[in-house]
Design a protein around this ligand. Structure first.
Ligand SMILES: [Zn+2]
Ligand SMILES: [Zn+2]
Length: 385
């Protein structure tokens, strides 16, 4: 049945009005007062607080339960998440969980299949019948989130608009300072955080690579990660949504994962969930194989080879973990041994670890050969045609 759709006046006015207000007020403020180094600092501080509250808080903690967080952390996310003006955590997560459950389908609230601009912001500007809030019972039981949901606009107004004004008033002074904080830490910052978040639903479902899955439109875009606190690795995220990281390699630009990790050193977060390396790499192998082969024409022999590579890779990683744990345990016991005995034992531990790395390297090499043979098969088919 076709749903009744009409323009949501409040959301539309806000989404169109706030960039205009930010632009006009920045021009007015610059002409009237110029700019010092304090306004950009207020902007960055509020950008970090509200941006991380969306990515690490609303997204990775509340929506996906990738880790646990102490109440001060949850309160921080509730306050500054409200300041991002993206609705309450409960409603945001309801939409987001549906987005993962029904990606690209009719029920996906921000399906990119309905157009880039629809996924970006159109879906917020249109009433899509009765508001559905579902699959968030766990969040409704959290007293901080239930309180935030009840007072979302008041909290947003106080923390996202009044507070930056007060900060400006206290640091710069007078009406000049209040306006500086309000405009840079409030209006302009809201616009930038809005569109950075919106780009995950639009751009990260349009441009980029698909190393882990091609079953939906999500894509990895390291470039996007630079201004979205690491959320650009979206193909990885859609494939492994239980992982607290979106950029899983240490060098992937993912400030949200670093924030969550550093918070764990202070006891503010715990139980950080990571998908094992063997699962990530074998998924990558499967996807590369599927992308380079025609599912109907590829022989059983090649399929078997892929299965062998994956099996060997997983075995290598499992053994490696065990050997490393043994080595760690042995290190704790070393004081009981003579220097010479420890030296010999250390060498044997290192040799066993090396053996595991050789198994992994062999699996990778065999996979490389498999991919080359797929390409040869492919060009032979083309030549035959
Ligand atoms: Zn997600
Ligand atoms: Zn997505």
């Amino acid at each position: 049945m076709e749903q009744q759709r009409s323009i949501n006046i409040i959301n539309s006015s806000f989404l169109v009005g706030i960039p205009l207000l930010a632009l006009i007020s920045v021009v007015f403020y610059s002409l009237e007062y110029g700019i010092s180094w304090i306004e950009p600092i207020i902007f960055v501080t509020f950008y970090l607080a509200s941006g991380l509250s969306i990515t690490a808080g609303y997204h990775r903690l509340f929506s996906h339960r990738t880790h646990k967080a102490a109440w001060p952390m949850r309160l921080f996310y509730a306050l500054f998440g409200a300041a991002a003006f993206q609705n309450s955590a409960i409603k945001w997560c309801s939409d987001h969980r549906r987005h993962h459950l029904k990606t690209d389908e009719e029920e996906d609230p921000y399906s990119v299949k309905k157009g880039f601009m629809w996924a970006h912001m159109g879906w917020v500007m249109v009433d899509q019948g009765e508001e559905i809030v579902e699959h968030v019972e766990d969040l409704q039981e959290d007293r901080i989130l239930a309180w935030q949901d009840r007072h979302i606009f008041l909290i947003g107004f106080l923390v996202g608009i009044v507070l930056p004004g007060i900060v400006g008033f206290l640091i710069i002074g007078g009406i000049h300072g209040f306006l500086g904080g309000l405009i840079y830490g409030g209006f302009l910052r809201i616009v930038i955080v809005h569109h950075a978040t919106f780009l995950i639903n639009s751009a990260a479902h349009t441009w980029g690579t698909q190393p882990y899955s091609t079953t939906n439109t999500s894509r990895d875009s390291p470039l996007l990660s630079f201004f979205t606190f690491g959320e650009g690795y979206h193909n990885f995220h859609h494939t492994f949504q239980a992982d607290y990281r979106n950029g899983h390699k240490w060098y992937h630009w993912d400030p949200s994962k670093w924030w969550i990790k550093v918070a764990s050193w202070f006891g503010m977060t715990k139980d950080l969930h990571r998908i094992p390396k063997k699962s990530i790499e074998s998924q990558r192998m499967k996807t590369a194989f599927e992308n380079n082969s025609d599912a109907e024409q590829v022989s059983n022999e090649l399929q078997d080879k892929l299965a062998q590579c994956i099996q060997q890779l997983r075995k290598g990683f499992s053994e490696l973990m065990k050997r490393r744990d043994e080595y760690k345990a042995a290190k704790l016991e070393r004081k009981k041994e003579s220097k010479e005995a420890w030296r010999r034992r250390k060498e044997s531990h290192k040799a066993r670890i090396k053996q595991c790395k050789v198994i992994i390297a062999q699996a990778r090499l065999e996979f490389k050969h498999l991919m080359q043979s797929l390409k040869i098969n492919d060009s032979a088919t083309v030549a035959a045609v």
